[in-house]
Design a binder for this molecule. Structure first.
Ligand SMILES: Nc1ncnc2c1ncn2[C@@H]1O[C@H](COP(=O)(O)OP(=O)(O)OP(=O)(O)O)[C@@H](O)[C@H]1O
Length: 223
């Protein structure tokens, strides 16, 4: 089933064309990677899907009530804010709610504890985010996206500047999530793509190339 669909989507910033005539569909359980040069519009494309950027023309359609987990570029995340790992992750469940002085609900706490366990963050859950390594912070941001139980995870360069061990761990988490849900990943890890023969688009203002994996889930095929 199609969960995200872009039809002839064009985006301009101050009159400059950043995306031009993008046609793209993402299926449930797909693992779509987006590669391309810096400034080619990758982040703009996902921001358009998220509704953070308005297309100049064209149409974005999402499956009704689609729950998206968004993981922004962690390298741009402000670590100076004094907040603990547990609080960052739980914040993925309590958007738009006032939590001051009330404490967290039992459900929110339990969901957060589950994610902390899955991502093996127990030993750092009380730490302030300012003291984390890049790999740890990245996992925390993935946790924040996962805790709302999304149907698709959209990640913007989650492995940038990480060492091989951390990269492997993060790809492991994405693989597990992808067993029954979709992943859209902006990446520069070409070696990972070649090892895994994923669906991939090469984006430079337009979709220059689209390659499809042999493992691509078929429409209407349920597990
Ligand atoms: N809010 C904005 N206002 C004006 N121009 C912008 C804005 N955001 C991005 N741009 C410009 O749009 C172009 C595409 O940027 P975008 O961040 O989408 O590319 P990208 O492919 O994600 O690049 P990178 O790999 O460097 O993250 C760039 O030239 C960028 O400078």
């Amino acid at each position: 089933m199609e969960i995200i669909k872009l039809e002839s989507v064009s985006v301009r910033y101050n009159g400059d064309s950043v995306l031009d005539g993008i046609d793209l569909a993402v299926q449930d359980r797909e693992f779509l990677s987006i590669i391309g040069p810096n400034g080619g519009g990758k982040t703009t494309l996902i921001k358009t899907v998220l509704g953070l950027v308005k297309p100049w023309s064209g149409k974005v359609t999402l499956k009704e009530n689609l729950k998206i987990g968004y993981v922004p570029q962690y390298t741009k995340f402000d670590r100076n804010f004094p907040i603990s790992v547990f609080d960052v992750i739980i914040s993925g469940r309590i958007k738009n709610k006032i939590i001051c002085f009330r404490g967290y609900s039992k459900e929110d706490k339990e969901a957060t504890e589950r994610v902390v366990k899955v991502l093996k963050l127990e030993h750092i859950q009380k730490k302030q985010i300012g003291s984390l390594s890049g790999g740890q912070l990245q996992k925390v941001l993935i946790g924040r996206a996962l805790v709302g139980n999304p149907e698709v995870l959209i990640l913007d360069e989650p492995t940038a500047n990480l060492d091989v061990e951390n990269k492997r761990e993060i790809y492991g988490v994405l693989h597990d999530f992808n067993k029954d849900k979709a992943v859209v990943l902006i990446t520069h890890d070409l070696e990972y793509l070649s090892e895994n023969s994923r669906d991939v688009i090469l984006l430079n203002r337009k979709i220059i190339y689209r390659g499809e994996s042999v493992n691509r889930p078929k429409e209407g095929h349920n597990h």
